[in-house]
Ligand binder design. Structure first.
Ligand code: C5P
Length: 297
């Protein structure tokens, strides 16, 4: 018997970052929106914990116990006093180290799949606790939709979304290290203020107004990502020239996200980005998307 769980990527439509805390993390006002690019995690009984991965970026995915999917299995097993013996296969479609929470998605997917496979019957709150232990973005991968993340991003308040938004994601060559981007943020922003969610942005989400959302998009990590990867400015310019309502770096980057007026505009912008030579690939997707969902009965 196997259990497969499908988990979405995310884009941060607002990422407001405060000063570094004593524990090294940053307080955030982090507005997450799940998008329709998915990884699938399949859990199958095995003699020992083993990870395999397929997909265009599979060679960049660690297959050891640093993989969040492996850590999820270990944390769940430890809570129930059982051995984390499982084969986890990741069918990876989310860009790796791209600022789209692909690693977090695999952690949330593995957790849900193992809980079903092992019959450990965790409550939603237990699952969210383990997710928060795995990483700041992992709880959102479990719940999906749209949510405001506070604290280090792990404390979630669901948000209403009144329509479908159309996105284009430009995938860069190579990844960016999230800790390195936060460190660069600290260097560039010695006077960082306490973060707060933007009211116009929440209103644009609630009403499903793409033009209003475009005007309210913001990412405090963008100057840091551009400082570490100056070529992203060319990608942002190419997407805007191609007719995007707005563009921004997704999370800590280096993926860039472009909001389009409708599905046809998204396809045109993706084609123009591919032709521009400023990115490795361009993908279209919509939001909101559901959180981690079993695809096997
Ligand atoms: O929580 P997660 O393991 O995803 O965080 C990865 C790194 O990103 C942290 O080690 C930290 O350097 C940085 N981070 C941060 N503040 C946050 C979230 C992440 O400084 N709120």
């Amino acid at each position: 018997m196997s259990i497969t769980v499908r988990v979405p990527a995310k884009v941060n439509v607002q990422l407001a970052v405060g000063p570094a805390r004593p524990d090294g993390f940053h307080d955030l006002a982090n507005v997450f929106l799940a998008v329709s690019l998915y990884d699938e995690v399949t859990a199958t009984p095995a003699d020992t914990l083993r990870i395999t991965c397929t997909g265009p970026d599979a060679d960049q995915v660690p297959l050891d116990r640093t993989n969040l999917a492996a850590r999820a299995a270990e944390l769940l097993a430890a809570r129930h006093g059982i051995a984390p013996d499982v084969h986890l296969h990741i069918a990876k479609d989310i860009p790796v180290a791209g600022g789209m929470a692909g690693g977090s998605a695999d952690g949330a997917g593995a957790l849900l799949a193992c809980d079903a496979l092992w019959g450990t019957g965790s409550s939603r709150d237990d699952l969210l606790d383990i997710c928060a232990e795995l990483g700041s973005d992992v709880p959102f991968s479990l719940v999906g939709g749209a949510a405001l993340g506070t604290g280090r991003g792990e404390r979630l308040t669901p948000l209403p979304v009144g329509g479908t938004f159309h996105w284009v994601f430009a995938v860069a060559d190579g990844g960016l290290s999230t800790p390195a981007v936060y460190k660069e943020f600290d260097r560039l922003t010695p006077d960082a203020q306490a973060p707060a969610a933007s009211r116009p942005l929440l209103e644009a989400l609630r009403t499903g107004d793409a033009a209003a959302l475009a005007g309210a998009l913001s990412n405090d990590l963008q100057p840091a990502a551009l400082s570490l990867r100056p070529s992203l400015a060319d990608t942002l310019a190419a997407g805007t020239r191609a007719g995007a309502l707005a563009g921004l770096v997704s999370g800590s980057g280096p993926t860039t996200a472009f909001l389009a007026e409708d599905a046809a505009a998204a396809e045109r912008i993706a084609a123009a980005l591919r032709a521009s030579g400023t990115c490795r690939a361009a993908r279209t997707a919509t939001s909101p998307a559901p959180g981690a969902t079993p695809t096997t009965p």
